[in-house]
Write a new protein. Structure first.
Length: 455
């Protein structure tokens, strides 16, 4: 059994990745449209086009990592090699040069593609490490839960601190673009240190030998559980990003930026950063719940039940009024939705480890990196589709960036992207889980077979 130190160290890796990822998903769209100066349409195209590159770079990185041989292992050394480029790329992404509209658009494309390439270079090997840190399927869920617990912890820190950091730099005399860059510098330095700790505290214990690339690709194409899980992973990030990318707009143009919730004995400011940060804390609670529940029900059933709950809760969000009671109910729904997404998140990565074991038992394929890269690919492509779709929906419904007031149509668009649209995505996740074949009993058979082969 792996040590607690390794589990914590593994968690630090996704703590760093998630801090960047949540800021990109939730604040980069409004940064481009309201600070950097791009139109909603240009921002939507930018976010989609740049992420298409990820559909190629992720499996490429998985193939490269599977064939890497160093004294530190296959996947772990990339944490060391890419930690500094990761931090620098994030800072460049939130830099606003004074080079005219066309020049800024080119800068946005270059820095976004650079950031996503570096993110792939560190995150695909990091995710693949789960397949070589333990042989036990349940232990992989524990590792995955540590990963997601720390990921949501990092997201909480980043999201809760983001607006105060920007305001701190602005109050110190920085312009708004410089304040956003300053906030990212603080986050980037923290993430750099986390990746170095992850490298130092973890080890690869399971030795694998790469088979031929052709055999790996053929095994992947024939791997039905991989296809289903990849679509499910795509849906989970669609759900999270559609809601998350809407929040900053939802508060700025619908709820208001200076709204208080009155508890009778006290009151507090209800703002986008608080809403998102509360969600991250509740995601962490969901991660903790995922381990015992999935051991009892199995990963597949736990995933399906969580999806049903996400659909019902999301629909309820549409009907929340702009009243004190309505704001409290919004916060309650955010808490419940986030617990459910917290349950699902570690299951996705643990199930990818199961899919890798399935491929090994069925075809003798040791394409762990290639299989895990599809999870990263689905995550980023889902974010691209969702982030772009949200902006196109806002544009179609008539939202005008920085306008004093928005039309009823624009408000309806924001309400839909916080409710009915995520609900439909959650139902698709449920349907996929009914088809997913790697049940609890099936995985017990596969694990026993692989253990016999290794003994």
């Amino acid at each position: 059994m792996a040590s607690l130190k390794e589990k914590i160290g593994y968690g630090f890796g996704d703590m760093a990745s998630s801090m960047f990822w949540k800021i990109f998903s939730y604040y980069l769209p409004i940064f481009y449209s309201d600070v950097f100066g791009l139109s909603l349409g240009a921002t939507a195209v930018l976010m989609l086009v740049t992420r298409i590159w990820d559909t190629v770079s992720d499996p490429m990185m998985g193939i490269i990592a599977d064939r890497t041989q160093t004294k530190w292992g296959k996947y772990r050394p990339y944490l060391l090699w890419f930690a500094a480029p990761f931090a620098i790329s994030g800072i460049l992404l939130f830099t606003t040069p004074d080079i005219g509209e066309s020049g800024k658009l080119v800068w946005a494309y270059i820095t976004y593609i650079l950031m996503m390439t570096v993110y792939t270079g560190i995150n695909v090997p990091y995710g693949s490490m789960l397949g070589v840190m333990t042989n036990d399927s349940d232990e992989k869920t524990v590792f995955s839960s540590f990963r997601m617990f720390f990921a949501y912890g990092g997201s909480f820190i980043a999201l809760f601190a983001w607006e105060p950091l920007c305001n701190m730099f602005k109050s110190g005399g920085s312009s708004e673009p410089a304040a956003w860059q300053g906030a990212m510098i603080v986050i980037a330095v923290f993430c750099f240190c986390l990746f170095l700790l992850c490298f130092r505290m973890t080890r690869e214990h399971v030795k694998t030998t790469a088979t031929s690339l052709g055999a790996d690709l053929m095994s992947l194409v024939r791997n039905a559980p991989w296809w289903l899980l990849t679509v499910a992973a795509l849906c989970t990030n669609l759900f999270n990003t559609v809601r998350g990318a809407t929040v900053a707009y939802y508060f700025k143009y619908y709820i208001g930026e200076n709204v208080n919730i009155d508890l009778g004995f006290a009151s507090f400011l209800f703002f986008a950063g608080l809403f998102l940060a509360v969600g991250e804390v509740c995601n962490m609670a969901g991660v903790v719940i995922a381990v015992p529940v999935s051991r009892y029900l199995g990963k597949k059933s736990t995933f399906a039940f969580a999806g049903i709950a996400l659909s019902v809760l999301s629909i309820a969000f549409f009907y929340m009024p702009l009243t004190n009671a309505g704001f409290m109910l919004m916060l309650l729904l955010q808490i419940l939705i986030s617990i459910c997404t917290g349950i699902v998140s570690p299951l996705v990565w643990s199930m990818y480890a199961d899919v890798a074991d399935y491929a090994k038992a069925k075809d003798g394929s040791s394409s762990t990196g290639l299989i895990f890269s599809s999870g990263s690919m689905a995550q980023k492509f889902g974010g691209a589709i969702a982030g772009s779709a949200v902006l196109w929906i806002f544009n179609a419904f008539g939202l005008v960036p920085n306008a004093v007031s928005q039309t009823d149509s624009a408000i309806l668009g924001m309400k839909l992207t916080m409710s009915w649209i995520p609900a439909g995505i959650a139902l698709l996740m449920v349907a996929i889980m009914f088809l997913y074949p790697l049940s609890k009993n099936k995985m017990a058979e596969i694990t026993a077979e692989l253990n016999r082969e290794r003994s």
